[in-house]
Design a binder for this molecule. Structure first.
Ligand code: FES
Ligand SMILES: [Fe+2]
Length: 386
């Protein structure tokens, strides 16, 4: 985020605080309950949002060295992402070209390449098929034509996006709202390429995949739902919103911002006194918290609109080497995890049960929930249900 934006956002926050106001849109938004409960609706989301769009699959720091790989089974197909010896990133179906076995599982550092656990066909980090044991039994099988099936992948701003459909190339800057826009500028400035993975959690939740993101998209719930965790630290029902195409940046404001009122304006800075929530459409929520960043990704489970997989990754700017650094990050993470796992998720699972009951036909999003409205509207639009 550039300096002018850091100052302008503090100014906007003070104006809203002084007027006891928040960012509001012109009208309420009625969102059909079907978007959280209907299997047809979900099938369209899977077919479009999770097949045609670039999806954030990792941070660069998850794969720093040649041979570092991750796998992902949450996008409707087994996927493999690996860094090659030239420093490039490759993405493939994690599917052997012999009879389809999974080449790798979990994540780690492969030493020389990938040897299929089933019959040991061997591939290098660029997906090239190097060896077929007992090759004489495969007459006419050309190794050059049996490399792993590549997927479009882009590494930029310390982040890695892929599209799980072969040949579906994408322009990530256009998807982020355009090169000249603030979102790209923010991501560039954070320097995530130099961050370090600290911890991960994977959860199976009883809620629609969108609800995990919804919970980050309005501070209207802070005082009632988080009275003893983040509630006392953040202003209730106060947000700033900027949208970038289908994406958005929402700032919720820490009460500690008050100390900036006495400072000269050129020293104002929104980052230390807010939590900045970026929705990277369709399924990633990036939460910049002063000195660390949390990545929350949510994935639908086919045929189950009321369940999802949530993956949380916590990244820090320096490796945690000393005990006092470890204690600091543990304390920090404990607050984030307690808030989301013990308060947001049970609250949202309650919402899902309520919506699945059929009691309501729609959700009523208030004028004070503009980020939520933007997200729901963009999903509906993307699948042709606006
Ligand atoms: S399935 Fe991979 S070598 Fe046979
Ligand atoms: Fe919350």
């Amino acid at each position: 985020m550039n300096k002018a934006t850091r100052i302008e956002m503090v100014e906007r926050a003070f104006t809203l605080l002084d007027n006891k106001d928040t960012t509001r849109v012109d009208d309420i938004y009625l969102s059909p309950v079907a978007s959280y409960t209907c299997t047809d609706w979900l099938a369209q989301e899977e077919a479009i949002l999770f097949k045609d769009y670039p999806l954030l699959v990792a941070f660069s720091c998850d794969l720093p060295k040649a041979g570092d790989f991750i796998t992902n089974d949450d996008m409707g197909a087994p996927l493999l992402v690996v860094r090659d010896r030239d420093g490039g990133i490759n993405a493939f179906f994690n599917t052997c070209r012999h009879r389809g076995a999974k080449l790798a599982s979990g994540c780690g550092r492969a030493q020389t390449g990938f040897s299929c656990p089933y019959h040991a066909w061997n591939y290098d980090f660029t997906g090239k098929l190097r060896a077929i044991p007992d090759q004489v039994s495969f007459p006419g099988v050309d190794k050059a034509e049996h490399g792993l099936v590549k997927l479009p992948v882009v590494e930029k701003y310390g982040m890695i996006w892929l599209c799980p459909t072969p040949g579906k190339d994408f322009d990530i800057d256009a998807q982020l709202g355009g090169l000249e826009q603030g979102l790209v500028e923010d991501l560039k400035a954070y320097g995530f390429a130099d961050y370090h993975p600290y911890s991960q959690q994977r959860l199976h939740c009883k809620m629609n995949w969108k609800m995990m993101l919804d919970t980050f998209l309005e501070p209207y719930h802070f005082a009632p739902l988080h009275p003893t965790t983040v509630g006392p630290l953040l202003y209730h029902n106060l947000c700033l919103l900027d949208t970038y195409g289908q994406n958005l940046r929402e700032a919720v404001i820490r009460k500690s911002i008050e100390k900036q009122r006495d400072q000269p304006k050129e020293n104002w800075d929104i980052v230390p006194d807010s939590a900045l929530v970026y929705l990277l459409f369709p399924n990633a929520g990036l939460v910049m918290q002063r000195d660390h960043v949390e990545l929350w990704r949510s994935y639908p489970i086919p045929g189950k609109p009321d369940e999802c997989i949530v993956q949380m990754d916590y990244y820090i700017p320096e490796p945690a080497e000393t005990q006092s650094a470890k204690d600091h990050w543990e304390r920090n993470m404990d607050l984030a995890v307690r808030t989301v796992l013990e308060e947001d998720i049970p609250g949202v699972e309650g919402i899902q049960a309520g919506l699945s009951s059929g009691a309501n036909s729609h959700c009523t999003f208030g004028r004070n929930e503009p980020a939520l409205i933007h997200f729901q509207r963009e999903v509906a639009r993307a699948i042709g249900r606006a």
